[in-house]
Design a protein around this ligand. Structure first.
Ligand SMILES: NC(=O)c1ccc[n+]([C@@H]2O[C@H](COP(=O)([O-])OP(=O)(O)OC[C@H]3O[C@@H](n4cnc5c(N)ncnc54)[C@H](O)[C@@H]3O)[C@@H](O)[C@H]2O)c1
Ligand SMILES: C[N+](C)(C)CCCC=O
Length: 517
């Protein structure tokens, strides 16, 4: 582990963001500069429309406004990326690797300022935001390592003839991200894309448009050609212009299932490959032989990171009946102790949800759960911190629901908030049947001391990312992605290189041509 940068970096943070008036204190940031990034500079979109407000979830304050990009701006971003692609795709893997390593170094050096910005715009605790930034630079380092190893195959054919394969870049790739891990998602997409020799145009969620522009500036500072990583801000319409642009070679999307379906439909019209990282309603199965403290820690990690706004969360917690009471008692006790409040304070472990409408939606799921017979064992109501500047923030107490059944809405649908549903079970066979009875398939987990059962259970789970005796850890070396309606394609790990490259086969004749005609 690297030492955590100290708060003494903050003056530098201000100079890094000359557009902003900023202090470490929640409630003081003001957005002043454009959030689009094209050809190596921040710019306003040429056809910008719709002044979108950017909120600070911790206070409910509007921090500034930015413009959504139209079709012309999207086209300019694509043309600029195409020009950069010509230069970048001709570089060797080692040359690209050096630039990515430099970008990783800058991110690591600026961890505190990026994490602070992420906390201000997303509402998650600074503690978690620092981890997100660490995962981000590690992702760049990892793909820098793989860039130099990209290679084809040599295949011997009869008579001295032979063939070889080349793994080539795709061209201009589009990344469209969600709001829960704004900086990290941008790195998970751009690092393998750039390592393979592609250019990328990134559109973040309009709720969290700020930190990705820091990434764009860092790439420029590290030495990528101008235009290689452009940022186009906007909502659904901007996303559509990007997906439908004829010069876009691939779309990598992170977001909800309904939007994922639209992205796939649009991409199908241009036969563009897509990576879809979508939602989930993942099972976490806790057998009675588990180490109880580990199982409780695992359940908390599976449900309450980033205010519960995590795609891979194990929100259906199946607990074997023999330990139901002991597990529930402990998990409730620990949930009640989670420190909620100002996300920039060091001891805060749960900040604010992303927006007022989202908070209300999450609370609505809890009301509905009660109507359907679930019992609120703790939390589930809005939380108003003592600090007056936080009184309009989007806080709630994390919630544990008991007496849940598989047919309840809270058990079937992705809530994307801090709500854990506990479901008793009796046998392995029964729990596997119930765990897989969902259209989602992003993740799953099992806690047990029985090693054979652990492997048997994960083999039977219909999910792309499974955990044994832990949950929601994400080393960048591990491929991440879903089964079923949680999507396809993989981010992270060596697997992601396949999704940002294409294979060319070259067949070489060393003799004369024999014609059948
Ligand atoms: N599997 C994963 O890795 C992963 C990671 C994070 C979040 N998610 C999922 O994301 C969802 C929450 O994120 P969200 O609310 O931002 O999702 P969303 O689908 O509403 O939006 C995601 C992105 O798509 C854009 N968009 C919306 N409509 C579009 C359209 N018609 N064409 C092109 N782009 C469009 C949005 O502006 C945003 O940038 C949850 O379901 C969560 O599970 C998945
Ligand atoms: C880093 N986590 C916690 C595995 C989350 C991955 C991105 C999903 O929302």
């Amino acid at each position: 582990m690297l030492p955590r940068p100290s708060l003494s970096l903050l003056p530098r943070f201000c100079s890094f963001l000359p557009f902003a008036t900023m202090s470490s204190k929640t409630g003081t940031f003001h957005l002043q500069q454009p959030l689009n990034y094209r050809a190596g500079a921040r710019i306003q979109p040429v056809d910008g429309s719709h002044n979108e407000e950017v909120y600070e979830p911790a206070t409910g304050r509007v921090m500034g406004k930015f413009l959504f990009s139209g079709e012309k701006e999207v086209d300019l971003a694509v043309q600029s990326a195409k020009a950069a692609f010509k230069i970048w795709s001709q570089k060797s893997g080692m040359e690209r690797s050096r630039v990515l390593l430099e970008a990783a170094r800058i991110i690591r050096e600026r961890q505190e300022e990026i994490a602070t910005m992420e906390t201000i715009n997303n509402g998650k605790s600074i503690f978690e935001a620092r981890v997100d930034v660490d995962i981000s630079w590690q992702c760049l380092e990892y793909y820098a390592g793989l860039a130099g190893a990209i290679a084809g195959q040599h295949i011997q054919l009869p008579g001295g003839s032979f063939a070889y394969t080349r793994r080539e870049a795709l061209g201009v790739c589009v990344g469209i991200g969600a709001w829960n891990y704004p900086f990290q998602i941008a790195c998970w997409k751009s690092a393998p894309a750039l390592a393979c020799g592609n250019a990328m145009i990134y559109k973040s969620s309009p709720l969290t448009p700020i930190s990705v522009v820091m990434l764009a500036e860092i790439f420029t500072q590290a030495g990528v050609p101008n235009g290689l990583f452009n940022v186009v801000q906007g909502g659904a319409a901007t996303g559509q212009f990007l997906c439908q642009h004829r010069d876009v070679a691939k779309v990598s999307f992170t977001g909800s299932v309904p939007t994922g379906i639209k992205i796939m439909e649009m991409s199908a019209k241009g036969i563009k490959p897509v990576t879809l990282e979508l939602g989930g309603k993942s099972p976490l199965i806790i057998f009675s032989d588990s180490v109880l403290e580990n199982a409780v820690n695992g359940a908390l990690m599976a449900n309450f990171l980033t205010q519960g706004e995590v795609c891979s969360n194990g929100t259906r917690v199946f607990v074997q009946r023999e330990i139901l009471e002991a597990f529930t008692e402990e998990v409730v006790k620990r949930t009640q102790k989670i420190k909620i409040g100002d996300p920039l304070l060091e001891d805060t472990r749960m900040g604010a949800l992303i927006s007022r409408p989202h908070l209300e939606r999450v609370l609505g799921f809890i009301t509905q759960a009660k109507e359907q017979g679930a019992k609120v064992l703790c939390g589930g109501e809005p939380y108003v911190p003592d600090d007056p500047k936080l009184k309009n923030g989007y806080y709630m107490r994390p919630c544990v629901l008991g007496d849940c059944r598989d047919d309840m809405t809270c058990v079937k649908e992705e809530i994307f908030g801090p709500v854990m549903s506990i479901l008793p079970f009796d046998t392995e066979e029964e729990v596997l049947e119930r765990a897989n009875n969902t259209t989602f398939g992003l993740a799953g987990g099992v806690f047990t001391r029985d090693i054979q059962r652990a492997h048997r259970v994960v083999a039977a789970l219909q999910a792309g990312m499974c955990f044994i005796n832990n949950y929601n850890i994400s080393p960048v070396e591990l491929p991440f992605g879903g089964y079923k309606m949680s999507g396809f394609g993989r981010e992270n790990g060596q697997a992601a290189m396949e999704y940002y490259s294409q294979l060319k086969t070259i067949c070489v004749e060393m003799g004369d041509v024999e014609s059948v005609f």
